[in-house]
Design a protein around this ligand. Structure first.
Ligand SMILES: Nc1ncnc2c1ncn2[C@@H]1O[C@H](COP(=O)(O)OP(=O)(O)OP(=O)(O)O)[C@@H](O)[C@H]1O
Length: 317
């Protein structure tokens, strides 16, 4: 279990994490979602003691990371690009890590097996593809057989097979009762992997709820309605809480009332309706709606003519 209380981090005059409190529970995959620069990596670094909070605290299984006698056995983390000794083989790298933490060599073989590194374990890490490097990072994280696993943007740069592998791994670890905390800036990815989402924007939490709840609560009800008497149907619905757009002369998109209310109004007014399609807010729509005002920079903020160029400072991934 990870518990953050009023966690705050400032770099100079930049507030990266703005007093957030949350709990990440065992037995589930919790997604940590937010646009670039939202404060995800900073929060994760504070969890594993790589950054010191400016205020507030964060604990893993009731203690701060540094207070654990064998932190590697408590928390395994994959954080951003790793600095491996590129001349060493994956096997030797893992063996050295295990040795310094009093972890038996048998565990090295287990994590190599678990991460599918077997065929390349004796090869130099310098020649590894991004996917293999990512697997090695995860093997390191799993070395201490930790109860809590933290992976920062684990699918970044992975091919579809690698993405699926991460998804299965995360779900499998949660099914074993571990606490799994994964960050991403992709809602579509998180929705397929996570049970619970903590959404962060500009250093603040903007949602903390089960994935299903976030989706259900977001996005207004929209229904596509085809009728040859659209004006009569709209009149029957009454104006309040209803907005409509004509897509074609006989096709409306109605926002507000649910499809049943629309059908009832049509029946009352004897209006023939020959299409009635509920439109669900997509995951990305729900996410965009949640974070709309929270992105550090959006393309609308840039001067005209520069919108497709460059990545503004602070919005790196
Ligand atoms: N060492 C640092 N010094 C100064 N500012 C920093 C530092 N680390 C992060 N920041 C700033 O803090 C904010 C939060 O950054 P952070 O990397 O935590 O966001 P993130 O959500 O992980 O973003 P991304 O998805 O782009 O990795 C950003 O504005 C970033 O520029």
């Amino acid at each position: 279990m990870i518990e953050a209380q009023g966690l705050f981090k400032r770099y100079g005059d930049k507030t990266a994490v703005n007093g957030i409190s949350f709990t990440v529970h065992p037995g589930k995959v919790t997604g940590f979602l937010g646009p670039n620069g939202a404060g995800k990596s900073t929060t994760m670094r504070m969890i594993v003691g790589l950054d010191t909070p400016s205020a507030g605290s964060v604990s893993v299984n009731g203690r701060r990371y540094a207070e654990h006698r064998a932190p590697l056995r408590e928390v395994g983390a994959l954080l951003e690009a790793k600095a491996f000794h590129t001349k060493r083989s994956a096997y030797n790298h893992l063996r050295a890590m295990a040795a310094t933490h009093g972890i038996p060599n048998s565990r090295v073989h287990e994590v190599i097996e678990m991460t599918g590194l077997g065929p390349v374990a004796k090869k130099r890490v310098g020649g590894f593809s991004m996917g293999m490097g990512q697997r090695l990072g995860i093997a390191v994280a799993m070395l201490g057989d930790p109860q809590t696993v933290i992976l920062d943007e684990p699918v970044n740069g992975l091919d579809p097979e690698g993405v699926q592998w991460i998804r299965h791994l995360a779900r499998g670890l949660a099914a074993e009762g571990r606490t799994v905390f994964l960050s991403s800036h992709l809602m579509s990815e998180m929705a397929m992997t996570a049970d619970h989402l903590i959404v962060i924007g500009r250093g603040r939490i903007i949602a903390d709820a089960p994935v299903s709840e976030i989706l259900a609560g977001r996005g207004q009800l929209r229904t596509r309605v085809r009728t040859d008497r659209p004006s009569d149907l709209l009149a029957a619905l009454g104006g309040e809480g209803t907005t409509s757009t004509f897509l074609e002369p006989d096709l409306l998109e109605i926002t507000g009332p649910d499809p049943r209310r629309i059908a009832e109004a049509a029946l009352r007014r004897q209006v023939l309706v020959y299409e009635l399609t509920p439109l669900q807010a997509s995951l990305e729509e729900a996410y965009m709606e949640l974070t709309a005002s929270e992105v550090e920079y959006s393309s609308h903020d840039l001067p005209l003519g520069t919108q497709a160029e460059g990545v503004p400072e602070g919005s790196r991934s």
